[in-house]
Ligand binder design. Sequence first.
Ligand SMILES: Cc1cc2nc3c(=O)[nH]c(=O)nc-3n(C[C@H](O)[C@H](O)[C@H](O)COP(=O)(O)O)c2cc1C
Length: 194
Amino acid sequence: MIQNEVLDCIRSRRSTRNFQEQQIKEEELEALLDAAIWAPSGGNNQSWLFTAVQNKEALSRINELLKEGFQRWTPDDDYPGKLGAKAMAQKKDCRFFYHAPTLIIASNRPNYENAMADCSLALENLFLAARSLGLGSCYINQLHWLRNDPELREFLFELGIPREHTICSSAVVGYIAKESSVPPRKEGTINIIK
Ligand SMILES: Cc1cc2nc3c(=O)[nH]c(=O)nc-3n(C[C@H](O)[C@H](O)[C@H](O)COP(=O)(O)O)c2cc1C
């Protein structure tokens, strides 16, 4: 197997779910956001918006709004993660962001077919950049699921996310408190025709 710095970074990136309290450095945040905006985008639209939330009160407020929102929310399918999130929201000490000090919300303009694809590629850039800097990161889906929750959206609007934007995805970032285990790769997911 070929090895180089980029391939090693891709293979060794893990989803972190245990973070230190300490905030990441300014230049680290800058590097992560810069990596995100250098992702490819359909038609070179670059219509995304990356909102980094580092304010503790704002992070707690979003967590609370998610908890409340999930009580009102009925999942439109039986995807286990959705049911798990709804159950988790009922726990008093529920922390969707795993105490991470930084949350990055990726939103995009409405009715744009590539909104999710563009934001997902950008977040993977961000995850790999985080890994290259020794930071932990994790994809957080709850904001996407509750993207139409009026109370959550009101608060996100106060944070500068346009009302009409769709919330595609989000990511938490911070210094790693506990390394995650390595999930093995499944067999039969590659098909080569020669
Ligand atoms: C679309 C998507 C949604 C995800 N949502 C969450 C989430 O809400 N919370 C979470 O802890 N991890 C979430 N993850 C992370 C996955 O659980 C993780 O990538 C997977 O278990 C493989 O582990 P690894 O990232 O360490 O390789 C999500 C990943 C993807 C791609």
